[in-house]
Write a protein that binds this ligand. Sequence first.
Ligand code: T4K
Length: 369
Amino acid sequence: MRTKHETPILVTRSSLPPLEEYVEMLKPIWETAWLTNMGNYHEELKAQLKAYMKTPNLELFVNGHMALELTLQAMNLSGEVITTPFSFASTTHAIVRNGLTPVFCDINEEDYTLDVDQLESLITEKTCAIVPVHVYGNLCDVERIQEIADRHHLKVVYDAAHTFGEELNGKGVAEFGDASMFSFHATKVFHSIEGGAVAFRDEKLKDLLYQLKNFGITGYESVEYVGANGKMNEFQAAMGLCNLRHLDGEIAKRKVLAERYRERLGGIPGIRLCREQPGVRSNYAYMPVVFDGFSATRDQIFEKLKAFNIFARKYFYPCINSYACYRDQFRAEDTPVAQRIASQVLTLPLYADLPLEVVDEICDIILEQ
Ligand code: T4K
């Protein structure tokens, strides 16, 4: 007889370095009393991440959202931006908060990233950029997106929040498009408590991004831009440095769990898993499962798991073009695949220290009638 977990099993659980390791990192902060505003750890983390992510240009931010919002600001865009409704709120909010107009493109059935077959039909003379999302760590069709963007002279800014450390045929994911934003939130494969970064192609953005995250200050007596406060502090950077040391081991543990989910749930009629992408070194960020014609609906499975104190999440439901804050501005029916997948998808618990037996238990609960 299966029993309810005493402590809830949540969709994820932050990875933490050994406490002593982090405490050791705090000592220099106490000695110097330098807590934020681009301190030593900030610079050290930036250098290490450039190497890890194989990217020459990178700026750190207080969180992924500010990284995206300020990158769009730095590009000085105006008009329409084509994006996906199947993402976290941040993607579209970053566009709208820059005074830009989102235009929603539907997603494909295979990996839930932008449907590139529809993309070009949405381009108008007002389009200035494309903001695709490598959702769940699934890479977009970067080649076709770039080819379309080049033909229409559009910027491409990837929301790569879920894609830290991934590679396509040995190429770091940070190398695609004009810029890519990464989230280092506590719930991510790699985190700095809160945090984020943007990798970018045009070296000229370097100073501008640095200034925009510091109120637009360009010198002791000059403020040239209407910037924001997007700085990563030293406590965040110290956590990032610690976590980076353990990252490869964390990803390896996630891989074992993700493979077990695939083994147990793959090939079951009515259950769809994302297609594994050839040439991609995955970070196993999320475990999305689509219930389409299964004996139970997504919502029934969600409740079934909840009865055992297991909390999967409906990432990303509802679609952004159905949010109350965007009421009457968009037609959710224009992106039918996104609407459908959002109503069928459940992201199952996946984190490095999740016991393999719990993965089996989750699969048993899903599969038993
Ligand atoms: N673009 C995309 C595609 C994104 O997914 C995100 C963030 C962004 C942009 C923006 O990046 P950031 O500005 O956040 O860096 C969570 C995260 O807060 C958010 O970062 C993430 N996406 C989103 C997908 O998930 P919630 O509202 O679901 O978080 P919450 O508090 O319900 O936490 C989820 C689970 O994580 C909890 O059940 C337990 C675990 N958890 C949570 C926290 C806060 C921990 O283990 N430790 C923790 O400290 O948004």
